[in-house]
Ligand binder design. Sequence first.
Ligand code: NAD
Length: 323
Amino acid sequence: MTILVTGAAGFIGYHTSLALLERGERVIGVDDLNDYYDVSLKEARLKNLEGEGGFTFHKLDIADRDAMEALIRQHGDVTRVIHLAAQAGVRYSLVNPYAYIRTNLEGYLVVLEACRRLERLEHVVYASSSSVYGANDKLPYSTADRVDRPLSLYAATKKSMEMISHAYESLFGMPLTGLRFFTVYGPWGRPDMAAFIFTRKILAGEPIEVFNDGDMRRDFTYIDDIVAGVLGCLDRPPEAGRAPGRLYNIGNNISEPLMRFISILEEALGRKAEIKFQPMQAGDVKETCADIDDTRRDFGFEPKTTIDEGLPLFVRWYKEYHS
Ligand SMILES: NC(=O)c1ccc[n+]([C@@H]2O[C@H](COP(=O)([O-])OP(=O)(O)OC[C@H]3O[C@@H](n4cnc5c(N)ncnc54)[C@H](O)[C@@H]3O)[C@@H](O)[C@H]2O)c1
């Protein structure tokens, strides 16, 4: 099978591509290698992927229509698509809002239009986010909950992607499934996320900033569980004639206190963190937790890794990578 993975040099794209290659698929990876965070980390992930047979990489911007059309002409045998390229991060959407519209909306539209030209298209799985739940305060978050109150532009673009998908499914019968990921962490993770930032600062002896005075809870999901969820979904394309708007949560189904997350990190690092408590940040939510009953039922999804197991694995990778 030939599978197109957008955002292949990113954190989740890298692990997903690797898992696909390991099970013998052909992967066409796309990424613009932008400098939102350290490009050398994206290049190092790519180097590992290029060491595997079956991987072809194209450096391109998904919002570039000509480039995407040329790609689809060249790889007309693609049957499944995993769309992960995005401008991610809640906080950066306050700094550079245009990047979110360009990649998450224009880029997604270009990807959908390109996919429409694939004659043998079976399934497009695209990344949404737990951030779409925004001001929803009913826990755990269910895909049946109301999600029209985003608290950040990032969340608004992810919710918009879900609506655009609904329209494209209704108009063209496209086989689309959206996955709402909950705070993903693990080896080769993103430098703008808590596990990475805290680890870097604790090791450097710098204070870490902890928002809402530490009174936050997150459903942290280990990367291997995310990949299992993505592949489980990819392998089960929607049935013809079903109602549009297929969406699932991919989370751990445990809402962990942030301070517990920090103490596990401290233990794995063998160092105490110097904590600077800060008020709640704009765009942030206090607590997340995924209702994964549907994901369990339809894909046999079962998260396996707690933060007690996953954070030490992240720390081990971090130390090896930076040594
Ligand atoms: N990591 C998480 O906790 C999390 C949570 C919820 C949702 N998500 C979503 O999952 C997906 C993957 O996230 P990630 O954590 O791997 O992020 P990431 O930033 O590591 O990966 C995204 C990749 O997309 C690439 N990209 C960005 N704009 C592009 C463009 N215009 N053209 C081509 N490539 C482009 C980037 O270079 C990057 O390598 C994203 O859609 C993100 O919104 C992630």
